[in-house]
Design a binder for this molecule. Structure first.
Ligand SMILES: [Zn+2]
Length: 493
């Protein structure tokens, strides 16, 4: 994610309020036992008794994010959307494997569910806030595959995310856009909503004829007839994807496609964009293949089979690294071309999308790295070097500046998307580079991206890799740059 530097304080502030709200335990009364065993007397000793899956996957910042007891392999999302009323009707099938014998488990969904089946048999459901409790007709055995179908419907923009917060769902003149971090999935599909449980996706959206639907990965079909006055668009992402990186943009879009050596490039520009903004957006986003070429020269092979971008006519206040196809707020292009934001979101394809955080507390691995990629782009394209960018940023924030109170390696839920995670986070990488040398530093970045492609990692995992690759102890650098709420005494190398 990269926040827009325009005057759009509203959305950013709203996002921060959500994060602050989420930092506070939602409901003190429900202090989540991990799993509640049933009486063991009726069960043979060799079979573990079925348990209730936890309502959270164990994230230190968002205790109710994700769920326990199963691992999702695939989402088959089906939605029908009516722009004038903002009504979304969904029929989504989740394929998963139980990691424990389950008498009950949760999905994360904020729209009202009407029916759920587990392996074809109706389940009993109970919905509370963002948790959809599912009690299957018979317990699911540990290690068994399960197929869960959920029928649901609602008005996503009317559903708030928690106390004092707002809906991340954004309506546009002609349609809507589902894009957000960390929250968006629960406003349009049920899921195990946490980056540690990645899965493949098929996304089918039925909309009024004449509208376009843009999403992740490959376009399987669209527009296709789907009943009187309706058309459907089908998309598929076959590489593992975190739930927050699935997106959908519905509206009147001009679509640009061309083959590249990285796969099919497909970008979409809202036809409602101001002509000057649209021209600047195209001049920037159309550089995606060259920028991927540049980044793959540093980080290793591009991890996906499609590429592109989407620019809705919406003042989102941020750009987001949606997998294969980032979404850019139109505000980035209000003053002309902005290649830096494109570099940032494309760097996330390696750092954030292909290799995802293990927990949200590892967000430095996303934002520090994508910001550092901006500096590397500058360094190798005639601008200031990364070292100069780091030194400037260090000088800009004197000791005592609140900037230094956020530790990028442990920013807290409210500080997760604070500027310090980005700028100080990138300075931390410059400090590591200076300490271990260019060869070791870039070897470590490449090893991280290739060895963990399609998976997850933590801050500690990355630091251990840097130590392993370089043979150098970087504990003191990690402590002062990533974990201390104070300005390091010396600049970043
Ligand atoms: Zn970012």
């Amino acid at each position: 994610m990269r926040k827009s530097t325009g005057l759009l304080i509203g959305p950013v502030l709203a996002l921060l309020l959500v994060l602050v709200a989420l930092a506070v335990p939602w409901r003190a009364s429900k202090s989540a036992p991990a799993a509640t065993p049933r009486p063991p007397s009726v069960t043979p000793a060799s079979t573990p008794p079925p348990v209730v899956g936890a309502e959270g996957i164990g994230d230190p910042y968002f205790p109710r994010a994700g769920n326990g007891g199963y691992d999702v392999t695939g989402y088959d999302i089906g939605v029908r959307y009516d722009p004038p009323t903002d009504r979304l009707e969904g029929h989504t099938t989740i394929t998963a494997t139980a990691t424990a014998s389950l008498s009950r488990f949760d999905l994360d969904l904020r729209l009202p569910a009407s029916a759920v089946t587990v392996d074809g048999r109706p389940a009993v459901i109970h919905q509370d806030g963002g948790e959809l409790q599912v009690t299957p007709a018979v317990p699911v055995k540990s290690g068994a595959p399960m197929t869960v179908r959920v029928d649901y419907a609602g008005v996503p923009s009317s559903v708030a995310g928690g106390p004092g917060s707002h809906s991340p769902w954004v309506r546009t003149a002609a349609g809507a856009i589902a894009v957000g971090e960390p929250d968006i999935a629960a406003w349009w599909y049920p899921s195990n909503d946490h980056p540690s449980d990645k899965a493949t996706f098929t996304i089918t959206a039925v909309v009024p004829a004449g509208l376009q639907v843009i999403s992740n990965g490959a376009l399987l079909g669209g527009p296709e007839a789907a009943g009187p006055g309706l058309q459907q668009w089908r998309w598929q992402e076959t590489e593992p994807m975190a739930t927050y990186l699935a997106f959908m943009a519905i509206g009147h879009y001009d679509i640009v496609r061309r083959d590249t050596r990285f796969g099919l490039y497909l970008a979409a520009y809202d036809r409602a964009l101001d002509p000057a903004v649209a021209a600047a957006a195209r001049a920037s986003v159309e550089q995606t293949p060259q920028i991927i070429e540049f980044l793959s020269g540093i980080f290793g092979p591009y991890p996906f089979r499609q590429l592109g971008g989407v620019v809705p006519d919406a003042s989102l206040g941020f750009a987001l690294e949606d997998q294969t196809r980032p979404v850019y707020s139109s505000t980035f292009f209000g003053d002309g071309q902005d290649v830096t934001v494109v570099v940032h979101e494309l760097a996330h394809q390696w750092f954030g999308d292909s290799v995802s955080v293990s927990h949200w507390s590892d967000i430095w691995l996303n934002e520090g790295f994508a910001t550092y990629a901006e500096w590397l782009y500058s360094e190798r394209n005639g601008g200031p070097s990364a070292q100069q960018m780091a030194a400037q940023s260090y000088a800009r924030h004197p000791a005592g500046d609140d900037f230094w109170r956020i530790s990028p390696g442990a920013p807290g839920a409210a500080g997760m998307l604070d500027n310090a995670v980005y700028a100080r986070g990138a300075m931390a990488l410059q400090a590591l580079r200076a300490a271990v040398g260019d060869q070791n530093f870039f070897a470590a970045l490449r090893a991280w991206a290739t060895e963990r492609a399609g998976g997850n990692g933590s801050v500690q995992d990355f630091l251990a890799l840097v130590k392993h690759v370089s043979g150098k102890n970087v504990d003191a650098i990690a402590q002062s740059w990533l974990l201390s709420p104070a300005r390091p005494a010396a600049g970043p190398g």
